[in-house]
Ligand binder design. Structure first.
Ligand code: GAP
Length: 432
């Protein structure tokens, strides 16, 4: 069930505490763009780094890539995006506003002014780019999906590394889509980050690999702090699948504005390699060195929208409760994604000996845990609230006892429980 109140709270917290701002806000905002502030970029990078460590560095069958954002027209012709990457668009005859036809409650009536709507037309989502002076460099497109970078570099990776099947090529980076109706905060935007890989396999084994990646995707969601009780698989019907897919499962999440696609898992067959081979004239077949067979590999593609992950993680972590008789808001983020792992406070700001010792502890910890923060503003209760609201798992307070026995108070975010811990073991025991 939609909870628009929750979305408003998340958007407001995101702006207030420096997670996410409207793109180009001082100019009135640019629709479909959002800028990640200091805490948002830390959260996003933590998620991306976890993904990269798990799916690329943590494996021996995955090759990383960072390909260009601008790609020539031929790529998008071969991939089928020039012909097929489009949404149905309608225009209001009266106010001239444009809408996605498949998102309207009444396909004949304008939701803004009640005017009548034109017949729907297909609108291509690729952003064209005219390259060079006066377009002399030809027509290119900002990549509508990052997957094409993997396909056009397939031969390069094979020639450099001679991998055996199955293997994958992975990247995380920006994608651009000229969405007709951007909406719902980070959910549908015109410029967003994607993390995905193309996993190259033998055709006969596609079902086995599809099931493997399906399980892996669930495990990833659990690990990053997405409430998996709110995730639902949708077997996408043949008529609704992307043009390249023979089977797709969408992982839908109960976002505050309703159940919508979070991730996708697709069996892309050999559609892309076959078409790039035909369009480029370059042989993109794979030679099995052992059997000497030459064939076109098939592809399983798990895809993870990073902005949607951030939104699902924030929606899963947002909590309101009462602690010590006071209402509070906190983010129950996993320490591994939290933008700040710990905050260090001197109990009193005006006691130089406390501040000095707290600074020493902070400086030592900072070498080990870069994502820590110093805070000496206001009273301890206020500092705790501020850290709770941004999801900081631990607060370390340096008090007079610290000067005597070298212990500090470590306060845990969710329960508010406080324990005395030796400063020597802090670097090892603070969750991160
Ligand atoms: N290579 C496959 C591919 O791009 P997709 O379903 O079109 O598949 C992949 O997009 C993921 O990108 C989605 O599952 C979603 O997480 C994210 N995504 C798609 N469109 C988006 C948009 N306009 N804004 C934010 N995220 C988007």
């Amino acid at each position: 069930m939609a909870d628009h109140d929750l979305l408003e709270k998340i958007v407001s917290l995101s702006k207030r505490r420096g997670f996410v701002y409207q793109g180009s806000e001082i100019y009135g905002g640019l629709s479909g763009t959002w800028d990640y502030g200091p805490l948002g970029v830390a959260l996003k990078k933590n998620i991306e780094n976890l993904w990269w460590r798990r799916f690329v560095e943590g494996r021996q069958d995955m090759y990383g890539l960072d390909s260009s954002v601008i790609m020539p027209e031929a790529v998008w012709k071969a991939s089928g995006h020039l012909a097929g990457f489009a949404d149905p668009m309608v225009e209001c005859k009266k106010c001239k506003r444009r809408f996605r036809a498949d998102q309207l409650a009444d396909p004949k009536k304008c939701p803004e002014c009640d005017g009548s709507l034109e017949e729907s037309k297909m609108f291509n989502l690729l952003f064209p780019v005219d390259m060079g002076a006066a377009g002399t460099g030809g027509r290119g497109y900002l990549r509508g999906e990052i997957a094409q970078g993997m396909f056009v570099n397939f031969k390069n990776v094979i020639d450099s590394f001679h991998p055996k099947l199955p293997f994958g090529i992975a990247q995380a980076g920006r994608a651009f889509r000229n969405e007709i109706a951007p909406r719902d905060f980070l959910f549908r935007v015109r410029e967003f980050d994607l993390m995905e890989f193309e996993y190259f396999i033998r055709e006969s084994e596609w079902e086995k690999h599809f099931e493997y990646w399906r399980t892996e995707m669930w495990s990833w969601m659990e690990g990053v702090g997405i409430d998996t009780g709110k995730v639902h698989e949708l077997e996408v019907a043949p008529g609704d699948r992307a043009h390249y897919s023979k089977r797709t499962i969408d992982f839908e999440f109960d976002f505050p504005f309703g159940r919508k696609e979070l991730y996708g898992l697709a069996y892309r067959t050999d559609y892309d390699l076959k078409n790039h081979q035909a369009e480029s004239g370059v042989d993109l077949t794979f030679l099995d060195e052992e059997t000497k067979e030459r064939f076109m590999p098939h592809v399983i593609e798990p895809t993870f929208g990073l902005g949607r992950t951030v939104l699902a993680v924030l929606s899963s972590a947002y909590r309101e409760d009462e602690l010590g008789g006071e209402k509070r808001v906190y983010l129950a983020l996993k320490p591994s994604v939290a933008p700040v792992k710990a905050a260090v406070f001197p109990l009193l700001k005006n006691k130089p000996e406390l501040v000095r010792r707290a600074r020493e502890i902070f400086d030592t910890l900072k070498k080990d845990i870069p994502q820590i923060l110093w805070d000496d503003n206001g009273n301890i209760g206020k500092r705790y609230r501020r850290q709770d609201e941004i999801g900081t798992p631990s607060c370390v307070t340096v008090d007079f006892q610290t000067l005597e026995d070298g212990t500090v108070t470590v306060r845990e975010r969710d329960s508010g429980a406080q324990t005395r811990t030796s400063t020597d073991s802090l670097g090892k025991t603070l969750p991160r």
